[in-house]
Design a protein around this ligand. Structure first.
Ligand SMILES: C[S@@+](CC[C@H](N)C(=O)[O-])C[C@H]1O[C@@H](n2cnc3c(N)ncnc32)[C@H](O)[C@@H]1O
Length: 318
């Protein structure tokens, strides 16, 4: 284990120790709320967002102790690489989709930026600026600390923000925006338009949105009891509140004025091989999240849901 890992684990443990009893209880209540939601309890978006933020406040520090600092599971793009190596690969792929004309002069937006480590990677690759927002102040604190530690506070800007409210950025600010399992899992179908319009507003003409996001595949059938049972079990494990079809997200993006360039399943080599044992690092990460891991594995094998669906959309040039 290298020095960075030891230090991150220690910081994670320290931040966990600093959490109050109320924080810990709110995390447990948040998870129970997510489970009740999947059992059919009607809920309001504001309460769902609070449950998610309370849950992530503890989870982000817990997972950082176990080497999961970017809070998403990537597709397995290279069998010889572990979780972190595959995260780097999928991030490079998403950046490529943004098709930046002037990477060094670019300003990107990381939506639901977690602890800011993906933004950091993008800023390193482009040489430009990245702004990020997240609903959980605790993750934003970690992101700001990390930017300062890397002496990149002039190029990395983080603040608390909520997808369900207007984005706090001027119109036409960004040369691209991106998200990793952080946007669409928190939207109801009727809420998609408002966020798509905000994304369109903050981008410059000709700029793109690209993502690797949890979405249902077109094979998921809400009338299929087996699908619905698996879904009920795995969704709280993903700390997600909603499951959208790619077609619904793309339709909202198009209504907002985007041209959809790509909507496709994850490139994971797993997805190409029907029955295949998951690599140990995926199973370990899912085990960390306890129950529901098996349901996710079954759902993925049945190809009814995808953690890394790819969408690329462009705001037309003027
Ligand atoms: C699966 S994690 C991915 C985080 C980040 N993209 C990364 O890769 O580390 C989902 C993230 O979405 C954030 N999130 C959930 N609901 C949100 C909302 N309404 N507004 C902004 N961020 C939100 C969570 O706090 C969490 O950081």
């Amino acid at each position: 284990m290298n020095w960075y890992r030891i230090k991150t684990a220690l910081i994670g443990l320290k931040r966990l120790a600093e959490l109050t009893d109320e924080d810990k209880q709110a995390c447990i209540d948040g998870f129970k709320f997510l489970q009740r939601m999947q059992n059919g309890e009607p809920t309001e978006t504001a309460d769902e967002t609070k449950a998610v933020a309370d849950y992530y406040k503890v989870l982000n520090n817990m997972l950082s102790v176990f080497d999961l600092e970017k809070l998403y599971i990537p597709p397995q793009l290279d069998e010889s690489q572990g979780l972190y190596g595959n995260q780097l690969l999928v991030e490079q792929a998403v950046l490529k989709e943004l098709d930046l004309k002037d990477p060094r002069g670019s300003h990107l937006l990381d939506m639901g930026c977690g602890r800011g480590r993906v933004s950091y990677h993008f800023a390193k690759l482009t040489g430009g600026r990245v702004s990020g927002y997240n609903v959980d102040a605790n993750q934003i604190e970690s992101a700001i600390d990390w930017a300062a530690e890397c002496r990149m506070s002039d190029r990395l800007h983080f603040k608390v923000g909520n997808h369900h409210e207007p984005l706090e950025y001027e119109s036409g600010t960004f040369d691209g925006c991106f998200s990793f399992q952080a946007v669409w899992p928190f939207f109801k179908k009727e809420e998609l338009d408002a966020h798509a319009e905000e994304m369109h507003r903050v981008l410059k003409p000709g700029a793109r949105y690209a993502c690797s996001e949890y979405l249902l595949t077109p094979h998921f059938d809400w009338d299929n009891e087996e699908h619905v049972t698996l879904h009920k079990s795995f969704l709280p494990t993903l700390a997600a509140t909603q499951s959208m079809y790619p077609a619904d997200v793309c339709a909202a993006l198009e209504r907002a004025g985007f041209t959809v360039v790509l909507s496709a399943p994850s490139k994971s080599i797993r997805a190409l091989e029907a029955v295949r044992v998951l690599p140990p690092w995926v199973e370990e990460s899912l085990d960390l999240l306890q129950s529901g891991g098996q349901s996710w594995t079954d759902a993925e094998k049945a190809k009814i849901a995808d953690l890394n669906w790819r969408i690329v959309a462009e705001k037309p040039p003027v």
